[in-house]
Design a protein around this ligand. Structure first.
Ligand SMILES: O=C1O[C@H](COP(=O)(O)O)[C@@H](O)[C@H](O)[C@H]1O
Length: 224
């Protein structure tokens, strides 16, 4: 019997194969490659499959599209999700570059995180975005006071807060998220398909921030 879980597992496997192919293609011509991943509740099946892909992971740098400003072992830490799902097996040889620092707030830590990101081999081979039910992607939230800054900034990262977000955040700016050879959107469930259809039918980025990436071009990975 087909279940939503098995469909989501298959989707994760397909995205993992595509991500590995993208990394392998760029590793053939570059000393190091960069992969930008999202956190949240959706990516675990994809990340577990990606972890098993045969690649020269020692030449792969990994960072996040966004992070909650929490301790590295907090259950809501996106870096923790990557450590527990991706950085296992062959992929444990990859280098994870977290988006947090020892500073108390993202506003205080954003400059040191930006310095760290400057050392990475941009443009990324692949950015895998997620999307919330409100159309947010990375930590570009419709109700965030910093949304305009994150959409327009030339900086790599922006500190962001939003009434609807459960923690203070740090997010790659839209410009930095655009700095990639390939983009994919990984979403599951009928509700998100409906939000994506709304996003495709309009153009107000502040209403549904995912719209900032719909013409990247964006490969859409969706399962019920
Ligand atoms: O808060 C976040 O939300 C989005 C979507 O997460 P999901 O739980 O609905 O899959 C995610 O892409 C982002 O990285 C995360 O910080």
């Amino acid at each position: 019997m087909k279940t939503a879980d098995s469909g989501r597992e298959r989707l994760g496997a397909q995205l993992a194969e595509a991500a590995a192919a993208a990394l392998a293609a760029d590793l053939a011509s570059q000393p190091r490659v960069l992969l930008v991943l999202s956190g949240g509740t959706t990516p675990a099946p994809f990340l577990r499959r990606l972890a098993a892909q045969p690649l020269d992971w020692s030449r792969v740098d990994v960072t996040l599209a966004d992070e909650r400003w929490v301790d590295a072992d907090h259950p809501d830490s996106n870096a923790r999700l990557l450590r527990e799902t991706l950085l296992t097996g062959p992929a444990a040889a990859a280098t994870l570059h977290p988006l947090t620092s020892a500073h108390a707030t993202p506003e205080e830590g954003v400059a040191s995180v930006a310095e760290r990101l400057d050392t990475l081999p941009w443009p990324a081979s692949l950015v895998v975005l997620g999307m919330g039910g409100d159309g947010h992607t990375a930590s570009l939230f419709p109700d965030s006071l910093e949304l305009g800054l994150a959409l327009c900034s030339d900086e790599a990262v922006v500190a962001a807060r939003a009434p609807s977000a459960n923690h203070p955040r740090i997010t790659l700016s839209a410009a930095r998220l655009h700095a990639a050879r390939r983009h994919a959107l990984h979403i599951v469930g009928d509700a998100k398909r409906t939000v994506l259809a709304r996003a495709l039918a309009g153009d107000d980025v502040r209403e549904l921030p995912i719209r900032a990436f719909l013409s990247c071009p964006l490969a859409i990975y969706w399962a019920p």
